[in-house]
Write a new protein. Structure first.
Length: 209
């Protein structure tokens, strides 16, 4: 299998780390949806990261669906079995929402001409971003058992999302206000899958990789 996309995307990074934790043999190809659009388009005309090219040449998109397919295919799972599955799913959904809102703000600020930026919308998305991280911080602090294993989905998703937002929007979500998340992410970033797939790419400052 081939995983297409840059590791500065939290969605691509989440898939890469999870595939490694599942001990799935795959090749990562660092193609950008911006700077290498033609090359990416030749693989997947939709040009959506992450893209997974399956062994039979089929194309899958969306990080959660990719991981669901892989886990169903290999008969292994990174979902914790000794804690509430609802809590685990809830944690990942908060992390994914935080990623989405972070990306929306970055795209608005960096891709849209300043004269065309709509501040009321940015303020709304920023409030959603802070709400997602506020709720995720509470989950990490109150249910540490859900995030205990850095090789399972809740910890992977939370740590990847936190690292992305801290790299690109740290002033909006101060680490001092989210000590449980910051501690979780620091621990996860020292694990082998995280070290193998650092958040490197043009969308992430070098010092944050």
């Amino acid at each position: 299998m081939r995983l297409i996309g840059m590791l500065d995307s939290p969605y691509v990074r989440r898939v890469a780390i999870a595939l490694d934790a599942l001990e799935i043999d795959f090749k990562h190809e660092s193609l950008s949806v911006f700077t290498t659009f033609p090359e990416f388009s030749a693989i997947n005309p939709v040009v959506k990261a992450p893209t997974l090219v399956c062994d039979d040449g089929g194309i899958l998109m969306d990080s959660s669906l990719i991981l669901q397919f892989v886990e169903a295919s290999c008969g292994r799972s990174l979902w914790p079995i000794d804690v509430s599955l609802q809590s685990a799913f809830g944690a990942v959904s908060l992390a994914q929402a935080a990623c989405e809102k972070s990306a929306q703000i970055v795209y608005e600020r960096k891709l849209r001409p300043k004269a065309m930026q709509y501040e009321p919308w940015v303020e709304r998305v920023t409030a959603q971003l802070r709400a997602a991280y506020g709720a995720l911080e509470q989950e990490v602090a109150s249910r540490p058992e859900v995030f205990a294993d850095a090789g399972q989905h809740p910890a992977i998703a939370a740590a990847v999302a936190w690292g992305f937002t801290q790299a690109v929007l740290a002033p909006l979500v101060p680490a001092d206000d989210h000590p449980a998340l910051a501690k979780l992410a620091s621990r996860a970033e020292q694990s082998i899958p995280f070290l193998k797939y650092p958040a490197a790419g043009p969308g992430v400052p070098t010092q944050a990789a």
